[in-house]
Write a protein that binds this ligand. Structure first.
Ligand SMILES: [Zn+2]
Length: 374
C-alpha cells in the first residue's frame, strides 16, 4: 500500500501516473489555475525550463515542476534517453486557446469603444517589410556598408553625422526615404482605420515611426501625432527660418553598397545650408519640433473630447520609451490597454490584454473575431 503512494511522486512518468491515480491532486498540474498561462509561456518562449516558469509566474520550484510535468502529452514531449524536454511536434503551430480568448476579448473591447488611440512603435512597420533596427546586428544587416565601418544607428542618425560625414548621413536617410516610399503599409493599418471609422469619436494615432505609413494607409493628417517627426519633411541644419518643407521633389540617388549620397546634397532653399530630415535623431539639439508640436496640440484637443479612449499599443519596445510612457499616462487616466508586442508583452498580465504576436498577425486575428461578432 505504501508502494502505490510512492509511485505518485515518480516524476519520470508524471502525467500518465497522475492520470492513472484516482485520488486527485488539488491545484496541481492541469487543474492549477496557472496552467493555461504556464502553457502559453512555454509555447511563446519555446522554453520548457522550470526556472523560466518560476521566475515569470513567481511561483516555487515544486509548483513549476508540477505545471511543467502536466504539459507532457499536451504540448511537451520528454526524451527519456537524453533526459530533455521539448515542444511536441503537434503543438508547434496549433491554435492556442488563451491567445484566441484574448483576441476575442480585444474584438469585444474594440466593438464597444467610442474612441481609440493607436500608439505605434517600430514593430508596426516590420510586417510591411521595413528593417528592424533592434540591436547593432539587426541594423548592420540592413546596412552592410555601415557594418563595414562599424557605424551604429546612434552614430549615423545624429546631427553630428550630418556635420562630419554628410554624404554618408544622407546616403542612409536617402535609402530609408526610398524604402519607406516604396513599401506598402500592411493589412493591419487598413483594419485599424476601418475600426476607428466606426467609433463615435474616431481614432487618433500616436507614433514614434517616421515612415509616414499611417498617412499612406488613409488616416487623416489631422489625426496623427508623429512624436519623432517624419522622414518626408526636411529642415535646415542651420535652422535659419524655422521652415519645414515636404520632400516631394527630393529624388535620392544613393550608392547603396557604399551608403553614400550621389551628387549635390539637399540644401535649404532660403540660406543654402545643408538640409536634413525633420526627424528626431540621437543627441539632437537642432531638431525643429514645430510641426510635431502642432500635431501634439491637436491630439490634446481630441483627448479632451474623447476622455478615456481605448488604447491599442503596437510594437512599442521599452528601448524607445516615448510611446510606452504615453500609454502609461493614458492608463492612469482610466484607459483600457491592448498591447501587441512580439518580444516584450507581459503575457501573464491580468488587467489588460497583452498579445505576444506580430502586428499584422494580431490585428488580423482580432478582425476574425470581430467578423464572428456580427
Ligand atoms: Zn536655411
Amino acid at each position: 500500500m505504501a508502494q502505490s503512494f510512492g509511485l505518485r511522486h515518480n516524476l519520470s512518468h508524471p502525467w500518465p501516473m497522475m492520470a492513472a491515480m484516482n485520488t486527485p491532486t488539488p491545484s496541481a498540474g492541469r487543474d492549477d489555475p496557472l496552467y493555461p498561462r504556464a502553457r502559453q509561456l512555454v509555447l511563446f518562449r519555446r522554453d520548457p525550463g522550470i526556472a523560466t516558469l518560476q521566475r515569470t509566474l513567481r511561483i516555487g520550484h515544486q509548483r513549476a515542476t508540477q505545471l511543467r510535468d502536466a504539459m507532457l502529452g499536451d504540448i511537451l514531449d520528454h526524451d527519456e534517453q537524453e533526459q530533455r524536454w521539448r515542444i511536441a511536434d503537434a503543438a508547434q503551430d496549433g491554435p492556442d486557446l488563451l491567445v484566441q480568448n484574448k483576441l476575442a476579448k480585444a474584438a469585444h473591447w474594440i466593438s464597444a469603444a467610442q474612441s481609440m488611440v493607436i500608439a505605434a512603435g517600430a514593430g508596426m512597420g516590420i510586417d510591411s517589410g521595413l528593417p528592424d533596427y533592434r540591436g547593432d546586428e539587426g541594423f548592420w544587416r540592413a546596412y552592410p556598408a555601415l557594418a563595414r565601418s562599424r557605424l551604429r544607428f546612434e552614430s549615423i542618425a545624429s546631427p553630428q553625422a550630418f556635420q562630419e560625414r554628410p554624404a554618408t548621413a544622407w546616403g542612409f536617410y536617402g535609402q530609408r526615404l526610398q524604402l519607406y516610399r516604396a513599401a506598402t503599409p500592411h493589412a493591419g493599418f487598413g483594419l485599424l482605420h476601418a475600426w476607428g471609422q466606426r467609433m463615435q469619436q474616431g481614432c487618433f494615432v500616436f507614433t514614434s515611426n517616421v515612415d509616414g505609413h499611417f498617412q499612406k494607409a488613409g488616416f487623416p493628417a489631422a489625426r496623427i501625432y508623429e512624436c519623432h517627426g517624419s522622414i518626408h519633411r526636411l529642415q535646415c541644419t542651420a535652422n535659419c527660418s524655422g521652415d519645414i518643407w515636404f520632400t516631394a521633389d527630393l529624388r535620392p540617388q544613393v550608392d547603396e553598397a557604399a551608403c553614400e549620397w550621389l551628387g549635390e546634397l539637399p540644401a535649404c532653399p532660403r540660406c543654402g545650408a545643408l538640409a536634413r530630415p525633420n526627424v528626431l535623431m540621437f543627441d539632437d539639439w537642432h531638431w525643429n519640433h514645430a510641426r510635431s508640436q502642432q500635431q501634439r496640440a491637436l491630439l490634446d484637443v481630441w483627448l479632451d473630447s474623447a476622455q478615456t479612449p481605448l488604447v491599442i499599443e503596437i510594437g512599442a519596445g521599452r528601448a524607445s520609451p516615448t510611446v510606452r510612457n504615453f500609454t502609461r499616462r493614458m492608463q492612469q487616466r482610466g484607459s483600457r490597454l491592448i498591447r501587441v508586442n512580439l518580444h516584450e508583452a507581459n503575457i501573464h498580465n491580468l488587467g489588460d490584454i497583452e498579445l505576444a504576436l506580430g502586428a499584422r498577425e494580431a490585428l488580423e486575428g482580432i478582425q476574425q473575431h470581430r467578423a464572428a461578432l456580427v
